[in-house]
Ligand binder design. Structure first.
Ligand code: UDP
Ligand code: MG
Length: 318
């Protein structure tokens, strides 16, 4: 057991005041474990001296590795970089802000020892505002109807993944990554353990309401084309209704001649159909936009600094 390595992946964006604490928390948990470990910090283009803080840590602790992005690329990109650069037999992904309690580490590792490929630390919504809890509840009800993979509230990025699960995730190379969906898509044996929600201690959350909405749209659009199908059904339904309406009005005209100039009906039909068409165009646009980004095949991130040798660099040395 002693030779197994655990990699911790810590995405960090403007977390200068947190990185040392999260490292300490991990250190003290790992003291009682038999595993070797590395802590991979991914600096996501922070502007508050996070890189310098991490570099200081790397100088003092050999187990600290880091990758620093050239600018902010988002948490998804940071997690991907962490997965690509970690070498452990299993990885544990944790937020830098100590909202993912280190005390769960031993439970995650226990799940790993029991043979699970994904051990998920699931949080409850204690301490969240009522509105935010309700929106999340509604979001998950809705999204589970809309997408093919199963997503559940509170199951986020705080989890342990075996090497097998990491490799499976790394094969999925889509540009627009919605990790919650990807974890579920790869399947494999999973175990869920719960923890109490903790409030953020320092710094502030990077999620605005607009970001959450965009995240929801990403979730639906990344995982299937049901919205496009819905457009087709709505279109067909409206078309049949209009045909019926035209037939009825036309027969009336044949029988009685033109009675009233139909201003109201004309305007309502134009507005309604215009609305339906715009919504459908928007949905189609979402997909086309995604195709546009995918065809560019841009990398998910650009690395500015790192202390991790790539395989090619290692080869050159020998
Ligand atoms: N994060 C990141 N890049 C970003 C935004 C966030 O790497 O663009 C990191 C952040 O440093 C933290 C984690 O992702 O470690 C979760 O972010 P945050 O605490 O803001 O989200 P919340 O806990 O409110 O969901
Ligand atoms: Mg947080």
């Amino acid at each position: 057991m002693g030779s197994l390595t655990i990699s911790f992946i810590i995405p960090s964006y403007n977390e200068a005041e947190n990185v040392q604490n999260v490292l300490k928390a991990i250190e003290s948990e790992m003291l009682i474990q038999h595993y070797e470990y590395e802590v991979v910090f991914v600096d996501d283009g922070s502007k508050d001296g996070t890189v310098e803080a991490i570099q200081d840590l790397a100088f003092c602790y050999p187990e600290v590795k880091y990758v620093s992005f050239s600018r902010n690329f988002g948490k998804e990109a940071a997690l991907l970089a962490g997965l690509r650069h970690s070498q452990g037999d299993a990885v544990i992904m944790m937020d830098a802000d100590l909202q993912h309690p280190a005390s769960m580490i031993s439970k995650l590792l226990k799940g790993y020892e029991e043979g699970y490929d994904q051990v998920i630390a699931k949080r409850n919504r204690k301490g969240d505002s009522l509105i935010r809890s309700f929106i999340s509840f509604a979001f998950y009800r809705l999204i589970n109807k809309a997408v093919d993979v199963e997503l559940s509230d509170g199951e986020g990025d705080f989890r342990l993944l075996s090497r097998k699960a990491v490799d499976a995730l790394l094969v999925l190379s889509e540009g627009n990554r919605f990790s919650k969906g990807l974890y579920s898509w790869i399947g494999l044996e999973k175990k869920v353990i719960s923890y109490e929600n903790v409030a953020r201690e320092k710094g502030e959350t990077k999620w605005s309401f607009a970001k959450l909405i965009n995240y929801g749209i990403d979730g639906v659009v990344s995982f299937n084309h049901k919205p496009l199908r819905a457009c087709f059904y709505i279109g067909a339904f409206v078309l049949i209704l209009s045909l019926l309406y035209i037939i009825i009005t036309f027969t009336e005209i044949l029988q009685n001649g033109i009675a009233v100039p139909g201003y109201f009906t004309t305007i309502s039909a134009v507005l309604f159909l215009g609305g339906v068409q715009l919504v459908c165009l928007g949905i189609i646009g979402e997909y086309i936009g995604r195709i546009y980004y995918e065809t560019k095949k841009r990398p998910h991130y650009i690395i500015g600094k790192t202390n991790i040798e790539t395989a090619a660099e290692k080869r050159d040395k020998h």
